[in-house]
Design a protein around this ligand. Sequence first.
Ligand SMILES: [Zn+2]
Ligand SMILES: [Zn+2]
Length: 685
Amino acid sequence: MINLANNHMGKWIVTSAWPYVNATPHLGNLIGSTLSADVFTRFLRLNGEEVVFVSGSDSHGTPVSVEAKRLNVPAEELAFKYHNIIKDLHERWKISFDNYTITHNPTHIEFVQKMYLDIQKNGYILEKEIESLYCDNDDLFLPDRYVEGTCPNCKDDGARGDQCDKCQKLLTPLELINPRCAICGNTPTVKKTKHWYLDLPKLQDRLTKLIEENKIIPSNARQMCLNMLAEGLHERAITRDLDWGIPAPFKGAENKTIYVWSEAVLGYITAVKEWAEKVINEPKKFDYFWKDSETKTVYFIGKDNIIFHLILFPGLILSYNNDKKKGEQFVLPYNVSSTEFLMYENEKFSKSRGIGIWIDEALKLAPLDYWRFNLLFNRPETSDTSFLWSEFDNNIKTLNDNIGNFIHRTLTFIEKQFNSKIPERMEDDEIDKKFIEKLNSIRVEAGESLRNFKIRKAIRDIVNFGKEGNIYLNEKAPWHLIKKDKKAAGHVFNICSQAVYALAILLGSFIPETSNKILSYLNAPELSKITWDSINDHTIKAGQRIKKPEPLFQKFDIEDIKKEYKKLKEEKPKEGEKELISYEDFQKLDIRVALVENVEKVPKADKLYKLSIDLGTEKRTLVAGLAEHYKINELKGKKIIVLTNLEPRKLRGILSEGMLLAAVEGDNVSILIPDKDLPLGARIE
Ligand SMILES: [Zn+2]
Ligand SMILES: [Zn+2]
């Protein structure tokens, strides 16, 4: 049997950009990557195509290790804690990943190291000695976000070593004016260090050809790449002097790690490897997908990620493939679907300023499918788009009026007038034929739009088809017809039930929970068991029983939701997310009274004192940043409060065994002291 859909049959790897592990995605992140990729994947699955859908948390970024150092916890612990939160949120958003992993996993780490050694063997890795910022206090180099300072471009004081958030300019740490260490605030010095580079200039011609010959990638992405290629590619550092990350495998690169961007993109490969080996236990499926030149790989990303996916990532693949035989080469990108930015009420999303909606917050405010529908209906496909509450309200009304209404009218009429059985089909008249033509063409049109990544057009056309259903019903007016000719009225509802079924499948990639609800009312199999091809005017058979339908969508008052949103924002601390800890957690802190026996200045550190303290049962050394706030004799002999079971840490070569507690507000620092005389070692509880 020849199936028309076979023309498109293929093998696909669908991926979405890897979220930084330390930040919960907001609605803009979601629509720009994961949610759009989910719609495309679900559509491919409905068409019976072979697809594996992967992504994961990018765990080795400097924000995690900087935060971990500040909190004094292992970076790995922090990364997995956040990873589990994001993974759970994606499940609640019904993102249908085959594998959502994390870059801190053995499959990835081992693969990345081996791949880079191969790339080096193939002659694409260079070594260079460069100058880099170094913090004497923390005893480490300060790449990327480990350093903050003033932007040389816009003079904003909050610029970071890789980029200025204010003016977006990409920076290197050495360009910052008045640089300071992001961990301790000290002024860094400049030191020489050796790094390993990917020889991108050597790949210039092949990458140019690759972009020029790919006629599928969006024109804005192509133009961005061609501009960059025209300027000439530069060698790109792929190592960093950091301890959090994948150890660089090169000889002489001990103590260095692979730059996070140059390994996270390889996660697209390793997530499929891990899926094949550990999720489905068919290791051969890895080569089957990744090393078949017929496989189509698609990357759903925001526009700020285009260069990494169309220059750096293919550059790595090309330098790895080099002289490898067919069947051993990784497949190059087939397409990227890059969205523009989503704003919130015409402003940029900003966690610290409390602007925008995060994906955990959204689910507290309205049902999931309202969010999925709204985001996809307004997907920022060709220009930056704003989330507006007024538009959210309108869009949900549109969904309710066009889809909800048509389906509910159809099903309740069949329930009441035809005893919950699909009525017989009679002879089609001109009005019927016109509507059936629309039913057949929406399958083709929405299918074509989705194949061409025009997700916004597809969902808008589907909503329009629901509207056509209402127009058809009004034109035929079966509620009048039934008074004189019950069979003629039944005929109309037979056709309407075909349209209801069609809508369930058409919407299946966008709002799967609602689709399955519609299918259950029709007593039809669920989405995972049916195909896009079954959209036609005769799938639902006369005599088939339906279930008593409930309205598909609940009415809501937008003002109530906005009030809830406001409350949510007020509850939340502005910086980061604070969580409640249990009393047991508090009890883990061993805080005691101690006596300051001696105080000394720490050489070459203006801010630090070395304190010798007595805890009653033992004596210890602390290093504290008090030199600008207290004179030595103001501290000597005082009883202070000390956290005693903090992991010891070396500061300027001195081991600090605990932490003195103080209240801090800007430059005002006040050490805590007990207001009665207590024996040394008394516990704070
Ligand atoms: Zn700037
Ligand atoms: Zn420092």
